[in-house]
Ligand binder design. Sequence first.
Ligand code: ATP
Ligand code: MG
Length: 418
Amino acid sequence: MAITGVKGFNDILPGEVEKWQHIEATARRVFELYGLSEIRIPILEKTELFCRSIGDATDIVEKEMYSFEDKGGNKVTMRPEGTASVMRAFIEHKMHALDPVARLYYMGPMFRYERPQKGRYRQFHQIGAEITGVSSPTVDAQVLTMLTHFFQELGLTEPSLQVNSLGCPCCRPNYREALKSFLYERIELLCDDCKRRYETNPLRALDCKSPGCQEATKGAPSMLQYLCDDCSTHFGKTRSYLDLVGTPYAINERMVRGLDYYTRTTFEMVTTMLGAQSAVAAGGRYDGLISELGGPQIPGIGFAMGVERVALLLAEKEFARRPDLFIAAIGEEAHAEAFRLMAALQRNGIAVEIDYEGKSLKSQMRRADKFNSRFTLIIGEDELAKSAAPLKNMDGGTQEEIALDAALIAKVIKVIKG
Ligand code: ATP
Ligand code: MG
């Protein structure tokens, strides 16, 4: 029996991969406009890194991590997200000594043991960005504007941006207590997960999808009413900078992120098109994370988007690559000429296809059709005899005779490149 792939781990085949390349290229192009540089981080990290950064009472650390002991007995984990690794690298390479302001992006696979479904897989891919060293709300607004810009460049009007503030270690404990006392009388309504984390992570009940939790949290106090003066000013300024540059957003007071390290501004790009998989991108400020991981007291902010979910939103769009030219050749001599021409044109930056087997003209034209090539050049015995062949523009239908002489290659390049 043939061996199949592992459940929740997908292949991305030609036809689909062009969409991925387009998403990745758009991210690189847009993020670099905002001064970000790429960082490549490893897939395997010490398990401790994620326990310490993401937090022990989170879904990721409690039940989703691909952790194992390697042959040397070291506890390692296949990264479930990128921020912890980027910050680990930032500290390890003392990047802050050179400049505390690092503006970084990454892309690559992440691993979480979840129940696979549309938009949720065990190996999935994120494109993420992180900016360290600035606590000013201008950077919060810039990160959100950059993310919005990215989706605009993809031509998507969905997803839409939701923002909230989760406060800081100074004001969040007060809110936690207020929320706990509010939930105390409604605790029986909470799902088992939220009951269990009532002490360790009560905020999760606010965005829990179970109907009981939604009922229990109806009318719950809002974090925004509990923000300290500094956090409140920060949130207000973030909003006014967003308004200043016309970045659209809505406030969602119930948004709490599933990772412990977030402070102040948190946000999600949400869609209504993917059912329960509504978050396409998510992130926030993490002013305590770098010091928590043993680095200096440097603030940071970032986000990660799920590439599979972005690809699903782009479902209807066409990204197939088209060759510039298909050369149909009939007969041994014409076939050799087509092969020679193809190689010369490819070396000059023109994408060319021929029929390797030299089948009938009809089947070669079917192949040209399948490739959807922009131009076709037909070389048969007649064409060789009169030393001229028709070069046809498949989009406009126009056709011109091209002399099969020493100037042929230059002429074809000129016509194709316009
Ligand atoms: P969700 O609420 O859907 O589980 P999350 O809060 O766990 O998302 P984050 O950890 O913030 O997600 O990751 C950022 C983004 O990565 C998500 O918004 C989503 O687009 C994507 N993502 C997360 N988990 C998966 C997964 N298992 N499969 C595909 N994409 C995912
Ligand atoms: Mg999740």
